[in-house]
Design a protein around this ligand. Structure first.
Ligand code: TEU
Length: 533
């Protein structure tokens, strides 16, 4: 049991720093604000904070356009604040995971300024430059994730550069050994400063086809869909050579003690699990986003859990993600009642859970009036629900002005229900979703079966998804039964797999109730049953 690492046993919590806590009244969250809220995170019971980018940035993509990899943007604070954050987190036994954005820099990064200055510049091949197509126009049909061609013409040198995201985010050329060395140096800089790991942005994008072949058309694409999906990104993502780079990153992490390498990878499961690497020398946790795209249906969820468990290479550690700064919030996707069931699912599945700030208080997407839209994705491809501002609104701390987030004007609007949906109110409410999260996290931490035990699917009956988590030793085993529907349902005939006592209900009552051969679930109720030995 002692051989499990912190990132296997623990819960990861994502902070979007612009929206977590503002300490200086400029309406944008910052590092001193985050430090001030570490006690809350400690209370919540999470083990690691993953913080979205804090580096100097023109903020065209809100920090995912980095102009200097080894400093802190003044908007967020200073390197001294950062060092304090590491120290204060570690004082509270919290790990700190940073965001590494290796696929692209900002067009204001010194490397790109040099690269674009002339065709002969020594850094020219640090980025991906191509001549126009023979008849003029972009070199091939590659598309940007944020709309339009992925190629931007640069007048000065008469070539195009490739950008998978905004034109202000030119892609680095990871086929250049100098780029690899420079970027590993960046990781070293932060690892030396005490960072406990990285979440690596768009890891599956790093290497592109060396022959620059056109991507094939996507036969499933229809008018009105995300324009990026018009073609299948066969030659722009998930190239075989990427695995060599992941291996280099991991080898560097392994020079340090107990660091975690997390990969942001949106791929079908069979390809996702390749990122654990041969002999598991790749990413420790290739983020598993299946719950984000999943239809909220018991048999569908059962199948996807089975498929994931079956696809995992021997010895690979699973993980589950419910939300992030790019996706509609869980409470909006499944509704407030089911958001509790989702919390119980996330925290009882086998594998490291990652939760997104604010989900623990039931935050939902906030409608953004047109004049307050910030996200460039929404600006480029408007009106299709692709914008990400709705899930990035300020954390709701209290019923005070601006939900206690800022003394100034918040950069994004605050949810109108903040006077009831906030940390201060919910901490004092024994039936709140925050209380549920708090208890789920505490229970998971205390029980080997839930933290690291085996996963045994029970079966789906109607809207009920059920499974058993079993410990290896003589600790308790648990039945988890989740009613994904809005009608009551009684599970019957589970025999010894239901006999025990209720340890937790999403409704935060029934604790201690005896369960025999029948387990009655109310509408939208999930329960954890401590099975009789
Ligand atoms: O996201 C990559 C990614 O795939 C998403 O951008 C996705 O395509 C989009 O958000 C629609 O859901 C990462 C970061 O998480 C995102 O915030 C950045 O904008 C992007 O990379 C570029 O760095």
């Amino acid at each position: 049991m002692t051989s499990f690492r912190w990132w296997q046993r623990g819960t990861i919590y994502q902070v979007y720093p612009r929206s977590f806590m503002d300490s200086n009244g400029d309406g944008v969250g910052d590092l001193p604000g985050l430090i001030a809220r570490l006690d809350y995170l400690r209370w919540l019971g999470i083990d690691a904070v993953w913080c979205s980018p804090i580096y100097p940035s023109p903020m065209k993509d809100f920090g995912y356009d980095v102009s200097d990899y080894t400093d802190v943007d003044p908007l967020f604070g200073t390197l001294a604040d950062f060092d304090q954050l590491v120290a204060e987190a570690h004082n509270r036994a919290l790990k700190l995971v940073l965001d590494f954005v290796p696929n692209h820099t900002s067009d204001e990064h010194a490397w790109f300024r040099e690269s674009r200055s002339s065709r002969d510049d020594p850094k020219r091949d640090w980025y991906i430059w191509r001549d126009p197509a023979p008849g003029g126009g972009p070199p091939n049909n590659w598309l940007s994730c944020f709309g339009g061609s992925a190629w931007q013409f640069d007048e000065r040198t008469g070539q195009y550069y490739y950008h998978a995201f905004l034109k202000e985010q030119p892609d680095l050329n990871w086929r250049s050994p100098e780029v690899v060395e420079a970027m590993l140096g960046v990781l070293r800089f932060w690892l030396d400063r005490g960072v406990d790991g990285f979440r690596v942005d768009v890891l599956w994008h790093l290497v592109k086809d060396d022959q620059f072949r056109d991507n094939p058309p996507n036969p499933a694409w229809r008018e009105g869909m995300d324009p990026y999906q018009r073609v299948i990104p066969l030659f722009t993502t998930d190239r075989p050579e990427v695995h060599g780079i992941v291996r280099r990153m991991r080898a560097l992490f392994d020079e340090y003690r107990d660091r975690v390498l997390i990969g942001e990878i949106y791929l079908p499961v069979e390809r996702l699990v390749q990122y654990y690497g041969p002999d598991l020398r790749g990413a420790n946790l290739p983020f598993n986003f299946q719950l984000i795209s999943a239809r909220w249906d018991a048999s569908h969820l059962e199948r996807l859990v089975d498929e994931y468990e079956a696809a995992l290479p021997e010895g690979a550690w699973p993980n589950w993600v419910l939300g992030n700064h790019d996706q509609h919030r869980i409470a909006t996707r499944v509704g407030g009642a089911q958001a509790r069931v989702a919390a119980m699912l996330l925290l009882t599945l086998r594998g490291t859970p990652t939760l997104y700030y604010g989900d623990e208080i039931g935050m939902h997407d906030v409608a953004i009036p047109p004049d307050r839209v910030h996200d460039p994705f929404e600006k480029n491809v408007p009106g299709r629900g692709l914008g990400r501002d709705p899930e990035r609104t300020p954390m709701q701390w209290s019923a005070r002005d601006n939900a206690g987030f800022t003394a100034g004007t918040p950069w994004l609007p605050i949810a109108s229900d903040f006077t009831s949906a906030n940390v201060a109110v919910e901490r004092g409410d024994p039936r709140s979703i925050l209380t549920l999260y708090h208890q789920l996290i505490a229970m998971r931490r205390g029980e080997a079966a839930l933290e690291v035990g085996r996963f045994e699917p029970v079966r789906v009956e109607g809207d009920v998804l059920a499974y058993v988590r079993r410990s290896r030793k003589d600790e308790s085993d648990f039945l988890v039964a989740l009613n994904l529907g809005s009608r009551p349902h009684a599970l019957r005939g589970l025999g010894n797999s239901s006999r025990g006592t209720i340890a937790l209900s999403t409704h935060l009552d029934r604790v201690g109730e005896t369960v025999g051969e029948e387990l009655a679930l109310r509408a939208d109720e999930g329960v954890i049953v401590r099975l009789a030995p």
